[in-house]
Design a protein around this ligand. Structure first.
Ligand code: ADP
Ligand code: MG
Length: 254
């Protein structure tokens, strides 16, 4: 579903991603862990084209993201895609951030309906029906008419997940979705994510929740200083880390 090859990303002189290769099979869950500043968020943002990569190729569902390859004088050149094509590519990827980013002046239901109506052109009636089903799926059927300020952080984050799902993504990216939550609210969000994984969604999850990585992850990726230091089945990496940097990181979070 995702194939990232040789990804580099510079912010000015700062070399943030230094040759990242990541393969995420369809229907699998990859959990990305690593110290703050190691490039985890940047990697997710590159996958969904919130950031332009400096080198490499990212394929999602077999499609090269952001560019078209063109052969010219015997060499392959990359040509930027039209913004409307990029927008179409991006619409197959849902993203959930640490901060819930709901529209504060809209109810939970209206938040979930917004993109289907304004981006996908669904009728309001159809969008409302599917938004209700999605709120039900994240356990918030009875909160449809509440505004974000009337919801707990965990409920807001579940609305954010429902809102991302409303675009019917093929791939969901989560960037520390529970890091801003009070501890007692973490479980309800992880539970929704676990259900989503069980339903077959392809997911890349940046999180410090090692229990989630172990129970739900198919693949654990440890990043440090812009590279993937080590990756493999979660239990294997957690119980038998091979790289000293992984050992050191795990000793801090476990
Ligand atoms: P992580 O999510 O692992 O904590 P990030 O991907 O957010 O790491 O950041 C990696 C590095 O890139 C950090 O040094 C950060 O300061 C830098 N960085 C991230 N975004 C930007 C940006 N828009 N401009 C400049 N530097 C950035
Ligand atoms: Mg981050």
């Amino acid at each position: 579903m995702v194939e990232a090859r040789g990804i580099h990303k510079f912010f000015g002189d700062l070399h943030v991603l230094r040759g990242v290769d990541l393969v995420v099979p369809r229907g699998s869950v990859s959990v990305v862990v690593g110290p703050s500043g190691s490039g985890k968020s940047t990697l997710l943002r590159c996958i969904n084209q919130l950031e332009e990569i400096s080198a490499g190729r990212i394929y999602v569902d077999g499609e090269l993201m952001g560019y078209r390859e063109r052969e010219r004088n015997g060499t392959v050149e990359l040509q930027e895609l039209h913004p409307s094509v990029v927008a179409r590519q991006r619409s197959s990827i849902g993203m959930v951030f640490q901060r819930f980013n709901l529209f504060p002046h809209m109810t939970a239901l209206a938040n979930v309906m917004e993109a289907p109506v304004h981006v996908r052109g669904l009728s309001k009636a159809a969008a409302r029906e599917s938004a209700r089903a999605l709120l039900d799926r994240v356990g918030l059927a009875d909160r449809a008419d509440h505004y974000p300020a009337q919801l707990s952080g965990g409920q807001q984050q579940r609305v954010a997940i429902a809102r991302a799902l409303a675009m019917e993504p093929e791939l969901m990216l989560f960037d520390e979705p529970t890091s801003a939550l009070d501890p007692e609210l973490v479980g309800e969000v992880l539970g929704v994510m676990q259900d989503l994984a069980a339903s077959g969604m392809t997911m890349v999850v940046v999180t410090h929740e090692i229990g989630f990585a172990r129970e739900v992850g198919d693949h654990l990726v440890f990043m440090d200083e812009g590279v993937i230091v080590e990756s493999g089945p979660p239990r294997e990496v957690l119980e038998n880390p091979r790289e000293p940097r992984t050992v050191e990181f795990l000793s801090k979070v476990l």
